[in-house]
Write a new protein. Structure first.
Length: 74
């Protein structure tokens, strides 16, 4: 089973996306973009097969750990 970390950037659409992933058989965990530190981002994503970043309001500066997660995944 594919494990996907879903990063919630404070947009209600995240639950629609998460529902689609569950219908496809994925195991997911939804976390808020400020629920863990930038330092922990690389270790956190290592536990998953994929990461999905939800849309959200605001600018990249307000995206919490979203940008560090992308950089750690590269």
């Amino acid at each position: 089973m594919t494990r996907i970390l879903v990063v919630d950037n404070y947009d209600s659409f995240v639950y629609t996306l998460n529902g689609y992933l569950l219908q496809l058989g994925a195991e997911t965990e939804v976390v808020r973009n400020d629920s863990f530190s930038v330092v922990d981002a690389a270790a956190r994503i290592a536990e998953y097969d994929a990461v999905l970043l939800s849309p959200g309001p605001g600018t990249p500066a307000a995206a919490g750990v979203s940008i560090p997660i992308v950089l750690a995944a590269l």
